[in-house]
Design a protein around this ligand. Structure first.
Ligand SMILES: [Zn+2]
Ligand SMILES: [Zn+2]
Length: 858
């Protein structure tokens, strides 16, 4: 066998396997008779850097994929790329110093695609280096026609069954990005604004209204009071005049109005917030849109038209202060909705958009049919479902996204939705191949594109063969994802799968935590706590990073990146390597009858397998790794190997072969159990031992050997002997004068002979022990205070007495000490008796253990 280096060279080993592995062994077999295990893996945005968070997510998936493969499943670990979306557009704009409208749509899209393909290439390299068992035969790229044809098909089918519709409806709008966004893309942050108290005039007298958004005055369509509020009862049903803009609006009664906020009167604008939308719908109010798509005031704002929201706010406020309409101002803490991407405050605009119907109850019911790990994550989904105010707006006013396959007839305005067989298509590139119902062939293409989540929310369907395969593999088995995208990816996937195929998307959803920096904050470049996986590949290797991921705790918890954990992982790898390096020249796969110590080890190995299997089935990766580390380090290295060294180094014979085979079995099994976590070192060890890849092996099965109690007792005796030698200051290999072991387990002696480096007799029953007094230790602290100046003489005389005689007297309570012809009686505590243990007349040291008594000749 080739020479094994003393230090584990992770870099050399990992690079070697990255180059030589054949990734086709990870391909999903559509013809296989094995049970399927399809993982609906997250398709990341390939634009950013590959970071520790990506690595952690993928590690979790890879642990499961490799484990399930070893358990005999036909596993699919696909890899998708969620390409479309604003982040890429923004990056292309920055890199090329353009805005999306300065180049033709097709050219802008081409630039986005180029950037994305380059990023995917970089990800491929990092993922290979991380040792992932990705199934590259099931890779999908959402910007490619072969994927977005699925998105478009799903759109067409949901239009046909009425689950997608087009309507003029309020939507969340980012004026900077110039697009509608979904609720899930709105972030909330608290900001300090100003609450302005204004006078509205009415025939019944002045009404005072407080608002933080005077720039919405031209959008005011009503004012509302609480019907129980005595102060304002007289105004209900009358009208008031909107100051500055001078038009009348009705005064409504609505029980939702908070009588304690501001003056207890609110103005309803289209739209300041979600409550305005509710009132607008309930009271069938007219629409006055004062803010346009670019965030500028519209013509109804009169002299303020064309100003930005911020400018208009300032100017209108100033004018009203000057005219005495605003008579009081105070600071107000307010939760403001922001665009998730650019943090610009969002506006609510009423827009002609495409929507997906949301059936809350159906989504919640489907969520209940899915196993959630950990279970409490399901609550987040349900809460989110209950908080949604209106349907999911899926149209976006951007470019780099799946085109909406729709045209509008220029003659009769009727929308023409593409037929499935025409897809994929971009309506801006082609005309529909048939006339409008009215006979016209003059169409306007839909310019809007689809929300990126429309692509990724059919990921489970897509990997399961939708829509082409007759044998659609739904539901898939596992959805692994972060808790940060429960309200988007998990929510939308459940909705869409149920809508399109009437089934739940997955059997189980496994929710992992976020990777935090060493300071406990979310990793980010700006906080300077950002670690790239490549840094760890360089310093400690991919296996060490993967072990950190596994040790990070139970699913759902955030996990902090810590270099000391990486170091601990490396240390364990080195320990395993040392065991392997020691064992390799000594072990063999041979037929042998295991002895007591071997059966103890094999029994421990069985319980490790059972523990690891249970933990893996519950996605408790940390428990699995802890059990493996504990076994390898303590059971195998510290105890078993120390016990059987003499056999391994000794002459050939059945006992030697039993140790050789047992150690071989243990090492091979460890490499298999660790294969899901540390694919590189596991492969290196397993491949050297067996000539086969560990990644095509089955998960180890318990061999049915119970822990041998005699072997366990021998292990404990060996440990006691090591302690004994250490206490006596003896070298561990220094010989002892002889050992007799008493136990009812009829212990084998061969390994104890090696450990003790002495002769060992094994007997049943208990030893006959005789205790013989051999010396006296006078106790000055007892004698001194009582006998003062006689103490010296007493001690001297006491020391000279016969230990057996003194021991007798001590047992009776008084010791008679002859001093200068006088007998002085001292109390029993004045002397301590040193005894020695005798067995068959020989002096011995005795160790009482649970299952044995050990005598060591002195
Ligand atoms: Zn934005
Ligand atoms: Zn028409």
């Amino acid at each position: 066998m080739s020479e094994v280096s003393k230090e584990y060279n992770f870099s050399e080993v990992e690079k070697k396997w990255v180059q030589s592995w054949d990734s086709s062994i990870y391909h999903f077999d559509w013809e296989s008779k094995k049970p399927q295990y399809i993982i609906d893996t997250p398709p990341p945005y390939p634009t950013g850097d590959f970071h520790i968070g990506n690595a952690l997510n993928w590690c979790y998936i890879d642990y499961v994929a490799r484990y399930k493969r070893m358990r005999g499943y036909n596993v699919m670990f696909p890899q998708g790329w969620d390409c479309h979306g604003l982040p890429t557009e923004v990056k292309v704009e920055q890199l090329n110093h353009i805005t999306k409208n300065q180049v033709p749509r097709a050219e802008f899209r081409r630039l986005c695609e180029k950037l994305t393909f380059e990023a995917i290439e970089r990800f491929h390299l990092s993922m290979g280096r991380l040792g992932l068992s990705t199934d590259w035969s099931n890779e999908y790229v959402t910007m490619k026609p072969e994927y977005y044809v699925k998105t478009q098909t799903s759109f067409v089918r949901m239009c046909q069954n009425g689950q997608i519709y087009r309507a003029n409806h309020p939507v969340n709008w980012c004026p900077r990005c110039g697009t509608a966004i979904a609720f899930a893309e709105v972030e909330y942050d608290s900001r300090t604004t100003t609450l302005n108290y204004m006078r509205f005039s009415a025939e019944e007298g002045e009404m005072q209204i407080a608002t933080s958004r005077p720039e919405l005055l031209p959008a005011c369509v009503a004012v509302a009071v609480n019907p129980d509020d005595e102060r304002y009862r007289k105004y209900i049903g009358k009208t008031v005049s909107v100051p500055i803009f001078n038009y009348e609006v009705p005064v409504l009664a609505d029980p939702v109005v908070d009588t304690s906020f501001g003056t207890g009167i609110v103005m309803i604008c289209t739209f300041g917030d979600r409550q305005d939308v509710r009132w607008w719908m309930e009271h069938h109010l007219p629409l006055r849109q004062s803010i346009d798509r670019e965030g500028m005031l519209t013509d109804i704002a009169g002299p303020y038209a064309g100003l930005s929201v911020a400018e208009a706010k300032k100017k209108i406020t100033q004018d009203m202060v000057n005219e005495g309409i605003i008579f009081k101002q105070e600071p107000l803490e307010q939760n403001v909705g922001l665009c998730w991407r650019c943090k610009t405050p969002i506006e609510i605009l009423s827009e002609q958009q495409w929507f997906v119907k949301i059936n809350r109850e159906e989504i919640k019911k489907t969520a209940e049919e899915i196993e959630w790990v950990p279970p409490h994550m399901q609550v987040r989904l349900k809460n989110w479902a209950d908080s949604m105010e209106w349907d999911w707006c899926i149209s976006r006013q951007r470019i780099f996204a799946t085109p909406i396959p729709v045209w509008y007839c220029r003659h009769c305005q009727e929308p023409k939705i593409a037929r499935e067989e025409w897809l994929p298509l971009d309506p801006n590139q082609v005309n529909p191949p048939e006339k409008c119902k009215c006979g016209s062939t003059d169409f306007i293409a839909e310019q809007d594109v689809l929300d990126t989540w429309m692509d990724s929310s059919i990921s489970a369907l897509a990997v399961a063969g939708w829509p082409d395969r007759k044998d659609l593999r739904m539901p898939t088995q596992l959805r692994p994802q972060g808790h940060d995208i429960i309200r988007t990816w998990a929510f939308y996937t459940i909705l869409r799968t149920k809508s399109l195929e009437g089934v739940k998307p997955w059997d189980t959803i496994l929710v992992n935590g976020m990777a935090l920096g060493e300071d406990g904050h979310k990793m980010s470049k700006s906080l300077n706590n950002f670690i790239r996986p490549e840094e760890v590949f360089q310093t400690n290797g991919a296996d060490a990073l993967r072990q950190w991921g596994a040790m990070g705790g139970s699913p759902g918890n955030d996990i902090m990146f810590q270099w000391k954990e990486i170091t601990a992982a490396s240390r364990f790898q080195q320990k395993l390597w040392s065991i392997y390096r020691f064992s390799l020249p000594l072990i063999a796969k041979v037929d042998a009858v295991p002895g007591q110590v071997d059966r103890w080890l094999l029994g421990e190995l069985d319980s490790l397998i059972i523990k690891a299997t249970t933990a893996m089935d519950a996605y408790q990766f940390d428990e699995t790794m802890k059990a493996i580390r504990g076994f390898a380090w303590e059971v195998l290295a510290d105890n078993y190997i120390e016990l059987v060294k003499a056999r391994l180094y000794g002459p050939d014979g059945p006992e030697k072969r039993a140790a050789q085979n047992t150690l071989y079995t243990a090492l091979k099994t460890i490499s298999q159990l660790m294969a899901p976590f540390t694919p590189f070192i596991s492969e290196e060890i397993h491949h050297t031992l067996t000539g086969e890849s560990v990644h095509v092996q089955s998960w180890p099965e318990p061999s049915g050997v119970a822990i041998d109690l005699a072997g366990l007792a021998i292990k404990e005796i060996a440990a006691a002997l090591r302690r004994y030698k250490a206490e006596k200051g003896m070298a561990l290999n220094s010989p002892l004068r002889g050992i007799v072991v008493y136990s009812d387990l009829s212990l084998e002696t061969i390994d104890l002979v090696g450990v003790a480096n002495s002769q060992v007799d094994s007997r049943t029953g208990s030893p006959q022990i005789e205790m013989r007094p051999i010396a006296i230790r006078p106790q000055m602290k007892v004698i001194g205070p009582r006998f003062k100046d006689k103490s010296g003489k007493i001690i001297k005389a006491l020391s000279g007495m016969d230990p057996a005689l003194v021991s007798d007297q001590k047992n009776r309570g008084i010791i008679a000490v002859p001093v200068d012809d006088e007998i002085i009686e001292v109390p029993a505590q004045a002397a301590e008796i040193v005894v020695e243990s005798l067995s068959a007349g020989e002096a011995v040291d005795i160790m009482h253990l649970e299952k044995a008594t050990v005598l060591v000749r002195r």
